[in-house]
Every structure is written in structure tokens, then in C-alpha cells.
Design a protein around this ligand. Structure first.
Ligand code: ARG
Ligand code: ASP
Length: 696
């Protein structure tokens, strides 16, 4: 079984691809290197990934569990996106020191700010461990038996790789729905300090209006530094720690980019679903995305109303608001893209051909079975989506169970737990959201998926969510930090609180009445996909396959490129400071740039950072296949030098997690020259420039 797959994989990988689609495993990049060379890359596969010598992978890190970062100096200096460092910047901000609004620049290492809890991880090595993970498994076993074989073998592999004292962490991940397994071994650093961040009016320029859009003018970067102990090993924060000396760091290229230039993105894409059937694509495009969009629109409207009227609320909810709005907007582009590409009917045609071909093979019936299980899954998937996007987003409810759980621990620090929960809480926002979310939930979720407690309480309040909110938000001990404290002091049983009881009923129902069904049906579906995946490889040997993203390190290569978003329109590959000035508007929060930037523009004080046309480049677009998690990823030129930071995709191409369209799928990169210009001319933090290796 293993052999067939390996040879199939080799066969598929050998096929040439026309487009720049694909997220490739670095340890197997030798299979793509000829194509990369043909497209203009100058370095070798060993330069990208090696376990024998320092390679580019040693300069790339998983940043904070959901983004990518890169090392850019011998003193552990790190670049990532502004939106990746956002919660750290926010955490250090107050109305008096508003680093979100004004930016933050440490002018010396002493001023760099620690961030307990923030970690970065470098990949030490990765290995195909399929044989070892499946050792003891034989084809006749049940899926449950297979799962326990996989779990036991993986556990052993992880233990061996991370023996005490090595300072390593490891995970075993399934690729191609469990047709292949890889171990990934990381070194995790725990002392990561904030070095610099531009004001949000640069780092988040254009805000949610420009988010997911091109042409873009966002200076989406923030700067950190990794600290290590005296032996250069990971350590908890200590003032004795010293800057980390990396195995490898990126040279920063100020040479600039041109349309057609080779480029590759090296990072940690989070999740894609490129091989799902038409049923699931239809569900995403017609059910789950539209439901999510509708529910989030309501929450965003409420947040916006309060944020625009109150500076403190704006700071408190800025990070929450950005994350709610991000997927909300992406889903809208995704729905359009799926439709425009006729993905559902194209997949249906493909599935019909596959089914004809599969007759008499071991793949016979796979598509039909998937179809049946998806029909069974849909009601549960829809209800689960409602839970997640409506009632379970209510902060009061989430705090209630979260706090009770945290307080039940032996060494619980009550003040710290409460402070962290209520630091960014605005009750009026949450209460209005509760009203909207409960109404939607009660109206749209079939009675069989509503917990009895929810139904009786809702009925007791006359099916009037506002009346219920009036009751709950005035009587619950979880409505404020002081109320919880008082309740604890009075010895009240927090589990009797109405908010706690409601949340408990909702989660219990979800965990017992929905999740087990989802889990069971998805188990069948995954199993079928394992077959379908192999079947597709046999059926379409000319097609190139790459494993879906799963937050493991990948290489995506392509070229700098503009695109046609619509008939008669061409978007160029590069944006410049001219566009910032065209959008600049002191009246609009998201477009109100710092006066310092206006002054630099007026005097054309661009220093070394102007391009050949005498202006400052800001962002560029390219054809690298990226997704969430690739934010902050190094964008690298043919010589392995840093030319940009990946941070987004264009609106017309956001369906690339499901279907990639070479015509319009573009990733958006911050041009590193804009970053250098801001550090140099606006922040005047030239010590940072001095420690980088800037090439021209
Ligand atoms: N769309 C980008 C990504 O998915 C950037 C998000 C942050 N920016 C924002 N305006 N919300 O992460
Ligand atoms: N903005 C995304 C991120 O944060 C990148 C993307 O989805 O293209 O990872």
C-alpha cells in the first residue's frame, strides 16, 4: 500500500504544473527544484532545507501559534506582520501609552518589551514516518483500531524525538488524509520581546475597508527579538537573557521587484481543502459561509457603534473586531470566487468521470458514499456552525464557564484570572450581541438541536431575547469583575449562576448531541477521502498533488504579478506611497496617516529607499499560493534574500483554500523597502538598520 502511494506521489510530483499553485514540503523540495530553476530560482534544494547545514528554514519560524516570522539579523531580530503582533502591541497599550495608535519603538535593547506566553518555533527537521506510524496496522483493521495504532506509534516517535534535555517539541501530522505521516520537530523559544511597531495608521492602514483587497497600502509589519540563555538555548524570560544567535538569517534586499520576478514564500499555511467533493464546496458556498457572514454582520455592526463613540472601547475591542471582521470579509470573497469558478459543477463533472473510471476498482462507490455521508452530516454541520457563530460567541457566557474552570485549579490566582477576562470587556456590546445571537439561534436552529434548558428559559422570557438579556446581564455574577469578586466573597456557588447554567447547557448539548455525530460521520468521511485521494492520484496521473495545508512548513513559489480583476481592468503588481497620499484622509480613522509621513512625502525625504521612479514602493502582488498562517512569511527572491513580508490575498482570489485560479489568485506582500523607509525616516530607529545585512 505504502509503495504504491510513494511511487504515485513521485509520479505526480514529476508532472509539470502550469500555474503557481501548490504548497510544497521543504524536505521534498528537490522534487520541485528543476521547476523552480526553470522559473528563475538560483539556489539549491539544500539551500532551502537541509539537516546537514544551516539553510533558509533555520531563519523561518512559527510565530505565536498562528503566524510566520523570519530572522533578519545575527542578533535574533524578527519581522512579522503588524496584525500578528497586534495582541502584544495592544497588551502594552493604554490610553496614556497607546502603541496601537502611536506606534512603539525601542531605541535600545533595554527598552524592548517582554511578552510572557508568546513563543516562536523553528523547525529542526521533518521526516516521513509513514511506515513507523502504521507499523502494526493491517488492511483489515477497523478505523478505531487504526487510530490507536497511529496514536501509540506517534506518541513513541514524539517521545524519542524530544527526549528530556533536548529542548525540543514534536508533532506527527497526517498528510493526504492519512495516506502519509510526517514528524515535525521544533525548537521553541519563550522570551520574545517587542522591538517596534508602526502606528496602526501605517500598520493597519486601510483597516477592514482595504483588508483582503488590492491595490493595498498597508505597512503590515512589527518587529520582535528572540532572547536565549547564555548558551543560546530557549529560556523563560529573564533580564539575564541575551539576544539569540540564529543558525541562519535573511539578508534584506533593497534591490526591488519587477513584474515576472521569481519569488517564493516560506511559512506555515494553516488549512486548505483543495480535494473536497462538490457536496462540501456547495455547503461552504451556499450554507456555512452565508450563515457566518450574516451572523458576523450583526456583531460587527454592534461593535462598530460603540467603538466609534469611545476611545477606550475602540482600544478594548480593536483586536476582537479585527478578527471577527477578517473571516467575515474573506467568506464573502470566497463565496463569489466559488461561484465564478463554477467550482460545484466542475467538481461534479470531475466526480462523474472519476466514478466511471472507478467502476470495478477499489475506488468504486467512493463518491456515492461521500455523498451519502455528507447528506447525513449537513444538519449537524449547520447546527454546529450556528452554535459557534452565535450563542457561543457571547462573552458573558464564555467567561462564566471559563472562570469557574480556571478557579477550580489548585493554584488559581483569582485576581489574575478575573483581570485577564474583564480587561477588554464592554458589557453593552456583549448584551446587544446576546440579544441578536439568541434571536438568530432560536429562530434558525431546529428544535431538536436546542437544549431543553435553552428552550424553557427562552419561553420563560416570552421568547423575547431582549427581556432575557435584561434579566441575565443584571443578575449574573459574571457581568463584571467586581460582581464575581463579591459573589466569591459571599461564598456563592458560581455554578448556580444563570449565565453559567445556560453556557453549561449549551456546551453540554453541543458536546453530547452534536459533536459525537459530527465526529462519527466525519470519521467515515476521512476514511473515504483517504481512498478518494489515492484514487484521484491514479485517475489523474498528469495532475500535480500537494498535501492540504495543516500549519506545517511549506514552500510556495511563483512570480511577482499583477492581474485582471475584471473585464477591461488590469491591476499592476506594485503600489507606492503615491497611493497612500491619494487615500489619506484625516476625517476617516483608517486613512488618517501620521503627520510625519505627510511631511516626508512633501519633502520627498525618501533616503535610500526610493525606487527607480523616485517614489517609495509599499506593497506588491505575486502568484504564491498562500493561506491564513502565511501572514508574516518571508517573501524571498531568486537569490534567497528577503524582498517582502506576506500578509494577505486579493479579494478575487480568496477561494484559493478550496480552488486556485491562476488568473486571479494573488498573495499580497509588504515591500521590504517600505518597512526600511519607515524604520529609517519615521521611527529613526537606525540601530535596527545597522544590525541588518541590507543588500542592493
Ligand atoms: N486578511 C489578513 C489575514 O487574514 C489580514 C488580517 C488583519 N487585518 C485586518 N484589517 N483585520 O490575516
Ligand atoms: N492574512 C492571512 C494571515 O494572517 C494570510 C492569508 O489568509 O492570505 O495569515
Amino acid at each position: 500500500m505504502r509503495k504504491t502511494l510513494t511511487s504515485l506521489l513521485a509520479l505526480c510530483l514529476a508532472g509539470t504544473i502550469m500555474a503557481d499553485e501548490g504548497m510544497w514540503l521543504p524536505s521534498l523540495i528537490s522534487q520541485r527544484i528543476d521547476d523552480m530553476h526553470e522559473k528563475g530560482f538560483h539556489l539549491s534544494a539544500e539551500d532551502i532545507y537541509s539537516i546537514n547545514q544551516a539553510s533558509l528554514k533555520d531563519a523561518v519560524m512559527l510565530f505565536g501559534g498562528g503566524c510566520t516570522g523570519e530572522v533578519v539579523s545575527s542578533k535574533g531580530l524578527v519581522f512579522t506582520n503588524h496584525h500578528c503582533g497586534y495582541s502584544q502591541i495592544q497588551r502594552h497599550s493604554s490610553v496614556e501609552h497607546d502603541y496601537l495608535k502611536d506606534g512603539f519603538w525601542a531605541m535600545s535593547m533595554e527598552e524592548e518589551l517582554p511578552n510572557p506566553g508568546l513563543t516562536v518555533s523553528f523547525l529542526e527537521y521533518m521526516d516521513d514516518v509513514t511506515d513507523r506510524v502504521l507499523s502494526g496496522y493491517s488492511e483489515g483493521m477497523s478505523e478505531t483500531q487504526r487510530d490507536s495504532v497511529v496514536a501509540a506509534n506517534s506518541k513513541k516517535l514524539i517521545e524519542d524525538a524530544t527526549a528530556p534535555g533536548k529542548g525540543l517539541k514534536a508533532e506527527v501530522d497526517a498528510l493526504y488524509y492519512g495516506n502519509q505521516y510526517f514528524i515535525f520537530v521544533f525548537r521553541e523559544f519563550r522570551d520574545v520581546r517587542l522591538v517596534g511597531a508602526p502606528p496602526s495608521s501605517i500598520g493597519k492602514f486601510g483597516g477592514d475597508t482595504d483588508n483582503w483587497m488590492w491595490p493595498r497600502h498597508t505597512g503590515d509589519f512589527s518587529i520582535f527579538r528572540i532572547y536565549a540563555d547564555a548558551d543560546n538555548n530557549p529560556a523563560d524570560y529573564s533580564s539575564d537573557n541575551i539576544p539569540y544567535t540564529p543558525k541562519r538569517y535573511f539578508k534584506v534586499s533593497a534591490k526591488g521587484v519587477h513584474e515576472g520576478d521569481f519569488t517564493f514564500v516560506y511559512g506555515f499555511p494553516g488549512s486548505t481543502r483543495e480535494y473536497v467533493t462538490s457536496d462540501q464546496v456547495r455547503f461552504i458556498g451556499e450554507v456555512s459561509d452565508p450563515n457566518g457572514i450574516r451572523l458576523r454582520t450583526k456583531r460587527l455592526d454592534i461593535q462598530k457603534k460603540y467603538m466609534s463613540g469611545d476611545q477606550a472601547v475602540r482600544i478594548m475591542y480593536s483586536s476582537k473586531n479585527a478578527s471577527v471582521s477578517n473571516a467575515w470579509k474573506k467568506w464573502q470573497g470566497e463565496v463569489k470566487g466559488i461561484k465564478r469558478m463554477n467550482t460545484v459543477s466542475r467538481k461534479q463533472e470531475y466526480e462523474a468521470e472519476f466514478t466511471r473510471w472507478a467502476a470495478g476498482t477499489r475506488y468504486e462507490g467512493v463518491i456515492d458514499s461521500l455523498h451519502r455521508y455528507y447528506s447525513e452530516l449537513e444538519p449537524y454541520q449547520t447546527a454546529a456552525g450556528y452554535y459557534r457563530e452565535s450563542v457561543l460567541t457571547t462573552e458573558l457566557l464564555r467567561y462564566s464557564t471559563g472562570i469557574v474552570k480556571a478557579l477550580s485549579k489548585d493554584d488559581a490566582d483569582t485576581s489574575a484570572i478575573l483581570a485577564s477576562n474583564y480587561k477588554d470587556y464592554c458589557l453593552p456590546i456583549d448584551r446587544e450581541c446576546f440579544v441578536e445571537m439568541v434571536s438568530e439561534f432560536g429562530k434558525n436552529v431546529p428544535a431538536e438541536f436546542l437544549p431543553e434548558h435553552f428552550r424553557s428559559e427562552y419561553a420563560a422570557h416570552g421568547h423575547d431575547a431582549a427581556a432575557w438579556a435584561d434579566d441575565l446581564y443584571t443578575t449574573s455574577a459574571f457581568s463584571s469583575e467586581s460582581a464575581v469578586k463579591a459573589a466569591i466573597a459571599e461564598g456563592k456557588n458560581l455554578k448556580e449562576d444563570a449565565a453559567y447554567k445556560l453556557m453549561d447547557a449549551l456546551t453540554t448539548f453541543y458536546n453530547t448531541g452534536i459533536y459525537p455525530h459530527l465526529n462519527r460521520i466525519n470519521g467515515h468521511i476521512t476514511l473515504l477521502y483517504r481512498d478518494y485521494m489515492r484514487g484521484q492520484m491514479e485517475f489523474s496521473p498528469e495532475k500535480t498533488f500537494y498535501p492540504d495545508a495543516n500549519l506545517t512548513l511549506r514552500v510556495a513559489y511563483g512570480h511577482v504579478s499583477g492581474y485582471h480583476p475584471a473585464d477591461g481592468v488590469y491591476y499592476k503588481h506594485q503600489s507606492t506611497i503615491e497611493g497612500i497620499m491619494q487615500k489619506d484622509n484625516p476625517e476617516i480613522f483608517d486613512y488618517n496617516i501620521p503627520q510625519g509621513l505627510r511631511d516626508l512625502y512633501a519633502t520627498k525625504d525618501y533616503g535610500r529607499w526610493a525606487d527607480e521612479n523616485g517614489t517609495v514602493p509599499v506593497c506588491f502582488a505575486a502568484t504564491n499560493h498562500t493561506t491564513g498562517g502565511n501572514s508574516g512569511s518571508p517573501v524571498i527572491n531568486a537569490d534567497g534574500e528577503l524582498i517582502g513580508l506576506n500578509f494577505d490575498r486579493v479579494w478575487e482570489g480568496t477561494m484559493s483554500d478550496i480552488v486556485y485560479d491562476p488568473q486571479v489568485c494573488r498573495n499580497i506582500c509588504l515591500d521590504v523597502r517600505y518597512l526600511l523607509f519607515i524604520i529609517d525616516k519615521l521611527a529613526r530607529d537606525t540601530r535596527l538598520l545597522d544590525e541588518m545585512d541590507i543588500v542592493r
